[in-house]
Design a protein around this ligand. Structure first.
Ligand code: 5GP
Ligand code: MN
Length: 345
């Protein structure tokens, strides 16, 4: 495989980074807006890995994380830029090193984009999405990886320091692997299983994590799922596509909080006839899309071309300004064009 062509970066200058990390540093770890299990798992995993070696480390997210990851050690110490903007900017300006985890385009950390661009710190990107931007001094970017959490363990190995991964770190990293692979159902590679095995050996508690992530729903979330499936689902047979949408009113009526709709999009793919799925949420000033597919169809292309977004071939996201119906129509049009394009090539 020609990894250069795929834009896979192995961080060939890692010796330089290892040297930088050999002395205590002031480090900021950033991840993307609406952080998921992989974002928080990789951030807190790396946080403990660096903190245990004497660095001063702060994790900053643009927006709040969902309740199902609040159990992670020191989750409550994470700075949320939406809530503490000035402090977040100050930390970024003063940092010596900035790790950018689970994202590869600076618009994913808005409103910190400019601060990171201007920061004097050296920047390190560790990520598994397609088409990385070149803003970092050190890049470990591999699409042939399940998750950023898997890559953090690989990074520890590359530094020759995987022995510093203790049970607490292993729990954080194992979480991102299971959330980004749906508990080893998709997007797994031989390396994923090797890293997962190593994390179990280092003390990751699978039973505990599975319960916290997958069996911790509140009643209102399960009722909301029922509403989505019964009242807000459309199947477009000729496109093998399923759509679930939620209106602003739904958000109020069901008192929907961050993370409450996690995983809803995947139910559409349970239908044999559905290969392409969209979950479309009407938020106060923006409409957010979560896209998924089975097989060869690239929702990444649809997200990039029609919704200023991106991600992976089978899991992407994007956003839209306008009304909900217009967004749904645009999605259908985008899928149709992409299907025609894929058929002709
Ligand atoms: P989710 O649907 O779970 O929010 O996101 C699925 C995937 O798409 C994730 O890998 C995420 O990083 C990516 N993604 C979601 N929203 C956006 C977006 O607005 N822009 C880009 N570039 N990627 C996104
Ligand atoms: Mn991820």
């Amino acid at each position: 495989m020609d990894y250069k062509k795929l834009k896979i970066y192995f961080m060939e200058n890692i010796a330089e980074l290892k040297q930088l990390l050999s002395m205590p540093k002031d480090i900021v770890i950033l991840s993307h807006r609406n952080p998921d299990g992989d974002a928080i798992g990789s951030s807190l995993g790396l946080y403990w890995f660096l903190k245990n070696q004497g660095h001063k480390v702060r994790v900053i997210f643009p927006s709040e994380y969902p309740a199902f990851v609040a159990w992670m050690p020191d989750a409550d110490k994470i700075t949320i830029c939406d809530l503490e903007k000035e402090f977040a900017m100050k930390c970024i300006a003063e940092a010596q090193l900035i790790f950018c985890l689970d994202f590869n385009a600076l618009d994913r950390i808005d409103p910190m984009e400019e601060a990171v661009e201007k920061a004097k710190a050296q920047k390190i990107m560790i990520d598994h999405h397609m088409y990385p931007e070149g803003f970092a001094d050190f890049i470990l970017s591999r699409t042939d990886t399940s998750s950023t959490c898997e890559l953090i363990y690989t990074f520890a190995e590359m530094l020759g320091q995987s022995h510093f991964v203790d049970g607490k770190i292993a729990d954080c990293l194992f979480t991102g692997i299971i959330t980004d692979t749906g508990s080893f159902k998709y997007n797994i590679f031989p390396s994923t299983m090797r890293v997962a095995a190593a994390l179990l050996e280092r003390g990751a508690n699978n039973d505990f994590i599975q319960e916290e992530i997958f069996n911790s729903m509140r009643e209102k979330e399960l009722r909301l799922l029922g509403h989505c499936l019964y009242n807000r689902m459309e199947i477009v047979e000729e496109l093998n596509t399923g759509i679930i949408w939620l209106t602003k009113d739904d958000f109020e009526k069901f008192d929907i909080q961050r993370g409450d709709t996690e995983g809803v999009v995947n139910f559409l793919l349970k239908l044999k006839k559905v290969n392409i799925a969209a979950f479309i949420k009407e938020q106060p000033s923006i409409i957010k899309l979560s896209l998924r597919s089975k097989g060869d169809f690239s929702v990444q292309q649809v997200a990039t071309k029609y919704f200023k977004g991106g991600g992976h071939k089978n899991a992407s996201g994007g956003y839209f300004y306008g009304n909900l119906n217009a967004c749904i129509e645009r999605f259908k049009k985008g899928v149709k064009s992409q299907l025609e394009l894929e058929k002709s090539t």
